[in-house]
Write a protein that binds this ligand. Sequence first.
Ligand code: HEC
Length: 295
Amino acid sequence: MRRPWWLLAFCWPGWAEARPVGDELEVWRRAPGLVSEGLREQRELKLVILSDLTQVEQDLFDAQVGSTQVYRGINLADLVERLPRPEGVDTVNLHFANGMMIPVALDGEQLGQVFIATAWKVGGGLDDHFPDVPKKKRALPDPAPITFGRNKVVVPDGQHPRVPKAAQPGFSPWFYVDTLTGLEWVASGRWERQFAAPGDVEVKRGQQVYLGRCQFCHGVAEVGATYGWDLVRPVPLYDYRRPDGLMTHVKVENAQALERGYRMPPQKDVERDEIRDLWAWMKAIALAGPNPYGD
Ligand code: HEC
C-alpha cells in the first residue's frame, strides 16, 4: 500500500508517537487508472483512529475462533455511516495487514455483520491483546498462526456473498484475515471490470471463479490483494501451474509452503470445469493485463 510523502512526516520518530498497528485505519477512494502506470491509488486519504470512536460491547460468535466472546468495538455499518461517503461508490474493500482484501457491499446484508473489535472481555476485564488464532481448519499443523494488532474483525457466520454456495462453509476468506488496516471506497462494477479479460465464455466464467474464490488473497498485476502471489507478476502463474497442477493446488493442502510459514487453504469442492475456466482466464488476463479502473 502506498503512502503519500506527507504521511511519513507524521510517522517520523520524534514527530509523533507511533500508533500500534490497527488503531489507525486508512480510508481512501480508489483513483481511476492503471496501477502499473504510476496511479496514485489512494485518493482523498483520511485517517480514522479507532480508539477515538464510541465503542459498544457485543456478545458475538466469532467464526474465525469458533467460540462466543464479549467483544468491544464498532460495527462496520456504524463506522461507514460516520464517514463522508464519496459519490458513485457502492462497496468498501477491507484491507488487512497480511495483504488480504475483502469487498463488502454498502447495501448488502454483510455490512451489518462485520464487527471491528478493539478489545475482548476476559476474566471480568477488557483486554486489547487478541490471542493468536491457529489455522486449525487444516489437516496439517500450520507453523504460522494468525496474529493481531489492535483490532480483530469478527464475522459471526463467516459467510461472504461472493463465495460460491458449494464452497461454504468449508472455505471463508474471513477465517484468514488479521488486523484491519484500510477501507477503500470503490464502485464494484468498475472494480470487477479491471479483471475482465478478452476471450470467450470460458474466460468470462473464469473471471467469476477468481472473484468468488481467489480475489481475497491474490491480486492481478498489482491490483487487489497481496496475501498470496500476484497471479501475473513477476511469474504468470498460468504458465507455472497447468490446469491439472492448478486443480491439485486449489483442492489439496500444499505442504511445500510450510517452511515459509503460510499456506493456501484448500477449497475441496472445486470442480474441474471451474479450474479449466479459471486457467483460461488466468492466461488471458496475464497476456492482456488488467483494465484501468474507470472514472
Ligand atoms: C485465503 C487466501 C488464499 C486464497 C483464497 C487463495 N490463495 Fe492461492 N495462495 C495463497 C498463499 C498464502 C499462497 C502462497 C503459499 C503457497 O505457495 O501455497 C498461495 C499460492 C498460490 C499459487 C502459487 C503457488 C503454487 O504452488 O502454485 C497459486 C497458483 C495459487 N495460489 C492459486 C490460487 C487460486 C487459483 C485461487 C482461487 C481458486 C487461490 N489461490 C486462492 C493464499 C490464497
